[in-house]
Design a protein around this ligand. Structure first.
Ligand code: COA
Length: 368
């Protein structure tokens, strides 16, 4: 049975920074309050032309470059997102088109902030089963567009960004070792985007009542998160036959410093063992774990052979954890990669396919 290695990683965040001082001018809050209660100092906000697929495609190409894979080598794209561009088509399909992954299946996975862990697990299972060779897993968000900038309970928390992993099959032992996934839909109302789906379609009322924004019971979510983060970590380690001492790094979902502190206390681990960058990005939902991972690799913290636990929680309610032995690019990855070429090629490919569709429409007597 092949192993599923994490062989590529990439991130993309918007340039625009929104600081706590900026938020002080928008709602009744203070930099001191936000830092003390959450640990967040600033977050990134998408520009008018930046969507999850735009950020996601950027992160994906970087990840492919690290893994030295061509977009056409990708068999499967899973995009975990809490702020999909549309209900359908899937954001994963938009990314597939943007990078020219012409042979890939593509779908979105909705498990909110736990989505990236779920998606890596699903991709790893597809590789382990022998069904596919190469997968691209992306977490991509523009949460700023579903945030109520008048609600101080939520608007201080979230930010935009994307991160991606490449997973590849190899006979070499290592890679994703085990994962656990959990859910409790009875808490669905605690963190919810009430309208815009088929239950509450958009109407003047839903817009007037702000039902297209994130609604959250912060205290309840806090209580839930502090409970499950440590629990799922211990559970996944047991499943993998590992002990906490075997683990070099914990990379948690970046929601709130105090939640991570509570998990560290419960696990009796020093905070130095946790990768934390939420002070600069806030909660980027599905993107937070891959973004934190990319920065850890860049800083030289995460090295091949390190055992790392990723753990997260979110709306649903959902939570989960995954333990992996960090790999880096496969030894066979030596081909030259020209990422700068793939985007224009993908654009041309997409344009050609649209043109052919239009032409076929004319031939078959329909207006394009
Ligand atoms: N600035 C200033 N005061 C604020 C505030 C803000 N941005 N937001 C809330 N407050 C006020 C409240 O109104 C409340 O005032 P009151 O005591 O007069 O009623 C007080 O601060 C304490 O509110 P509380 O909700 O108990 O604060 P908290 O310590 O629980 O922190 C959160 C609030 C949202 C930071 C915290 O509950 C949290 O992080 N929850 C988890 C959220 C999360 O991670 N969601 C995503 C999951 S993926």
């Amino acid at each position: 049975m092949p192993y599923a290695h994490i062989t590529g990683w990439g991130m993309a965040v918007p340039e625009k920074v929104l600081t706590n001082a900026d938020l002080e001018k928008m709602v009744e809050t203070s930099d001191a309050w936000i830092r003390e209660r959450t640990g967040i100092r600033e977050r990134r906000i998408a520009g008018p032309d930046e969507y999850p697929s735009v950020l996601g495609a950027r992160a994906a190409l970087k990840a492919l470059e690290v893994a030295r894979l061509h977009p056409k080598d990708v068999d499967l794209i899973i995009c975990a997102t809490s702020s999909p561009e549309h209900l359908f088509p899937a954001t994963a399909c938009l990314i597939q088109d943007a990078i020219g992954a012409s042979k890939a299946g593509a779908f979105d996975l909705l498990a909110a902030c736990s989505g990236f862990i779920y998606a890596v697990h699903m991709a790893a299972q597809a590789i382990r089963s022998g069904a596919i060779q190469n997968a691209l897993v992306i977490g991509a968000e523009t949460l700023s567009r579903i945030t109520n900038w008048k609600d101080r309970n939520t608007c201080i928390l979230f930010g935009d960004g994307a991160g991606a992993f490449v997973l590849q099959a190899s006979d070499r032992p290592g890679g994703v070792l085990a994962a656990v996934m959990h859910s409790d839909g009875s808490g669905g109302n605690l963190l919810i985007l009430p309208a815009g789906g088929s239950r509450l379609p958009a109407s003047i009322e839903t817009v007037t009542n702000g039902h297209h924004y994130i609604h959250m019971d912060g205290r309840e979510v806090f209580r839930f998160a502090t409970r499950v983060l440590a629990q799922s970590t211990l559970e996944v380690l047991e499943k993998a036959g590992l002990r906490l001492e075997d683990v070099r790094w914990i990379i948690p979902h970046q929601a709130n410093y105090r939640i991570i502190e509570a998990a560290a206390r419960a696990l009796k681990l020093p905070m130095e063992r946790f990768i934390i960058n939420l002070d600069r990005y806030g909660n980027t939902s599905t993107a937070s774990i891959p973004i934190a991972t990319c920065e850890a690799v860049e800083k030289g913290l995460l090295k091949a052979g390190d055992k790392v636990v990723f753990n997260g929680f979110g709306a649903g309610l959902t939570w989960g954890a995954l333990v992996a032995e960090w790999s880096g690019p496969l030894p066979s990855a030596t081909r030259p990669i020209h990422m700068e070429r793939y985007r224009p090629l993908a654009r041309l490919r997409s344009w050609l396919r649209r043109s052919i569709r239009r032409l076929e429409g004319l031939i078959w007597g329909r207006k394009a």
